[in-house]
Ligand binder design. Structure first.
Ligand code: PLP
Length: 455
């Protein structure tokens, strides 16, 4: 057993972190998380911290669920690993596929497994291009997505994503592959200007049509987006947006991919965000809540019509050592049963989701630096502003999100800061009392952030 200081020193010396540099923290060092239960995590100094982010939007059933732990234990003893490359399969991956056909939207009956959301989105790129090849339209190769979208960190997923700072990691545009195009995001609050949300939603959706016409419909393979954009700041499109996107995809014979990595498995008050937003995609990407993050597993779901074409193309020359990993699949099965048996989706839709949003709305009405609150179910973004009337954010080096995130850390609450938004995405098992604690702590941290900026 090491002390916190020892862990931090070793972390600094040997561990390269995704998306952050522990050296930049100086003396403070990283917070070392050692255990978890329910909605709480503990650090190596035994601080009990309310996890308002369910890890990284993924621990949907909360921590410490024996049903998932025992499923992993049983499966590890029975068959810890086997592949599905050699015309072989195993019961957990078969059963998980069957179960997914029950909980995913109508018409999704075929599933391909991967190890992460990024791999699953890479898989989408390959399968969709293969689909158009089989259909005799090999020119249809280009993917369109949105600025400020996050679809993962592999090369193709980074290219699908719309985050400039990720594209530029390898130098000027170095990580952006050819064949990936981006349109504007439906972020009315900061980008809508004088338009109504409805006008703005329509305008942003029509950017897709403009882009398709510019590229030529015969070269566009698919449009991919999250039903509600998560890491971009929990951006809920205006009501006019998705129907127009759906119309355009249909008109130009462009496949629609819903990235459900965050929105899936109850987060928005339905099993899938596509249901919440009224979308009928051809493909869906799933990860995170599929196993509540207990083990890495991801999947893509294919609509029957899409699969019928793909299935006519012979072998799918694509796969991962861990596609349909038996232990991860067994955990995913137990996870889906847990969500069902505890009515978590209904609970989010009818009880805890509205309760959280009512509490957050109170902050919008009363707090000087809260401009708006967005989201559905147990997925929320708090927009930080310097001036409410003009919707002016803290800009430049006034990184209010990071300041607020650090206040949350000091107050034993995890809220993620992305840009000028604070993100809330707790376990779906969170109780009303725990939501009260979350809201009370959030207010303390917003107050402290406001004070730091003289507001
Ligand atoms: N898609 C979305 C919408 C995500 O939020 C993420 C991860 O945050 C991914 C894809 C990538 O998933 P993973 O980190 O499992 O590769």
């Amino acid at each position: 057993n090491r002390t916190t200081a020892q862990w931090q020193e070793l972390d600094r010396d040997h561990h390269t972190h995704p998306f952050s540099d522990p050296k930049a923290l100086g003396e403070k060092g990283t917070r070392v998380i050692t255990k978890a239960e329910g909605s709480y995590i503990w650090d190596s100094d035994d601080n009990k911290i309310l996890d308002g982010m369910a890890g990284l939007w993924c621990v949907n059933v909360g921590y410490g669920r024996t049903e998932l732990i025992e499923a992993a234990d049983r499966q590890m003893r029975q068959l810890p690993y086997y592949n599905s490359f050699f015309q072989t399969s195993n019961p957990p991956q078969i059963e998980l596929s069957r179960l997914l056909s029950e909980v995913t939207p109508e018409g999704f009956n075929h599933f391909f497994f991967a190890g992460s959301g990024s791999e699953a989105n890479d898989t989408n790129v390959r399968l969709v291009r293969h689909y158009w090849d089989i259909k005799g339209q090999p020119k249809k190769k280009t993917f369109i997505s949105r600025h400020n979208a996050y679809h993962g960190s592999t090369l193709a997923a980074t290219s699908l994503g719309g985050m400039g700072y990720m594209h530029n990691m390898g130098g000027e545009g170095g990580s952006l592959l050819p064949g990936f195009e981006h349109i504007g995001q439906p972020f009315w609050y900061l980008e809508g200007g004088d338009m109504t949300p409805e006008e703005f939603g329509l305008m942003r959706a029509q950017e897709l049509e403009t882009k398709i016409l510019e590229l030529g419909a015969d070269s566009v393979a698919a449009f991919i987006a999250e039903p509600i954009q998560g890491a971009g700041g929990v951006i809920v499109p205006p009501a006019t947006y998705w129907p127009e996107i759906q119309r355009i995809c249909k008109k130009y014979d462009i496949l629609l991919i819903a990235d459900e990595v965050i929105c899936g498995f109850g987060r928005t008050g339905n099993w899938f965000g596509s249901e919440t937003m009224g979308i009928k995609p051809d493909l869906i990407t799933m990860a995170k809540g599929l196993s509540s993050g207990y083990l890495p597993i991801a999947a893509i779901g294919m609509q029957d019509d899409f699969f019928a074409v793909l299935n006519g193309g012979g072998d799918i020359n694509h796969g991962y050592t861990y596609s349909g990993h038996p232990v991860a699949s067994a955990v995913a099965i137990a996870n889906i049963h847990y969500i069902r048996d505890h009515n978590l989706v209904e609970k989010v839709r009818e009880d805890t989701g509205p309760y959280l949003h009512a509490g957050l709305q109170h902050l919008v009405d009363s707090h000087p630096i809260v401009g708006e609150v967005r989201g559905r179910g147990l997925m929320a973004g708090i927009q930080l502003v310097k001036d409410k009337a003009s919707r002016t954010t803290f800009s430049g080096d006034e990184d209010a999100g990071t300041v607020c995130r650090d206040h949350c850390f000091s107050n034993n609450l995890i809220m993620r800061g992305v840009g000028q938004s604070m993100i809330i995405s707790p376990p779906l098992t969170i109780s009303r009392i725990e939501i009260d604690e979350l809201l009370a702590k959030a207010k303390i941290c917003l107050d402290a952030t406001g004070r730091d900026f003289g507001l």
